[in-house]
Design a protein around this ligand. Structure first.
Ligand code: E4P
Length: 217
């Protein structure tokens, strides 16, 4: 399963990229606003840190302007993925990007039919927003399972990018239900390898080892 970081914090990205376990990055207008930096500069810096797909979202809502913005974003680096909202204008733009070989991530997906239409338009990634569905009283993981079933039945090669991930359990369930990737906040990424029994077990082993007075080196 590919793990992407959902952040524009380049210092955190540089730190977590050193794990060698980071496959890509997603950003959105809210994260860009939070960074307080010019978008093009941030995206370029992220692409210099991470080799995998880096999603950069258009701000326009009409197809023609989305195309212009997307082409400008895609020119920043070969690993830029143009992120487009799940609207009719967005899907028309995805079709055009797909014909010209530009990768796309269709965002703000909240239903299986939206995901099917994005795949038919030729999206590289579809981003179902799991956490926001949970917030809304639904079960976001039901959507991941539905999209997986539809994509497998019809051999769509659009990758399911579980988004709006809030917890380690979200990542586990996305993996269990066949999402191709998950985009997660930095703290959840860090939490993926944490377990209190690991900490407690290591503490006991180190204490017992010290009593032996031995050294391996
Ligand atoms: C993904 O592409 C989105 O940027 C992100 O996962 C949204 O997460 P949120 O619902 O926590 O804002």
């Amino acid at each position: 399963m590919q793990l992407f970081l959902d952040t524009t914090d380049t210092a955190v990205l540089a730190e977590l990229a050193q794990t060698g376990l980071l496959d890509g990055v997603t950003t959105n207008p809210t994260l860009i606003a939070r960074s307080g930096r010019p978008m093009l500069e941030v995206i370029k810096e992220i692409c210099d840190i991470v080799e995998g797909p880096v999603s950069a979202e258009v701000a326009a809502t009409d197809t023609a302007t989305m195309i212009k913005e997307g082409e400008k974003l895609a020119a920043i680096a070969t690993n830029v993925v143009v992120k487009v909202p799940l609207t009719w204008d967005g899907l028309k733009a995805v079709r055009i990007f797909s014909e010209s070989g530009i990768m796309t991530n269709v965002t703000l997906c909240f239903s299986a039919m939206q995901a099917m239409m994005a795949a038919k338009a030729g999206a590289t990634f579809i981003s179902p927003f799991v956490g926001r569905l949970d917030d809304h009283g639904a079960d976001g993981m039901d959507l991941i399972q539905e999209i997986r079933a539809i994509y497998d039945t019809y051999d769509f090669d659009t990758e399911i990018l579980a988004a709006s991930i809030r917890t380690v359990v979200h990542v586990k369930e996305a993996a269990l239900f066949g999402a191709d990737c998950a985009t997660i906040p930095p703290q959840v990424f860090r939490d993926l390898v944490k377990h209190p029994l690991t900490d407690r077990g290591l503490e006991a082993f180190l204490s017992d080892w010290a009593k032996t007075g031995q050294s391996i080196l």
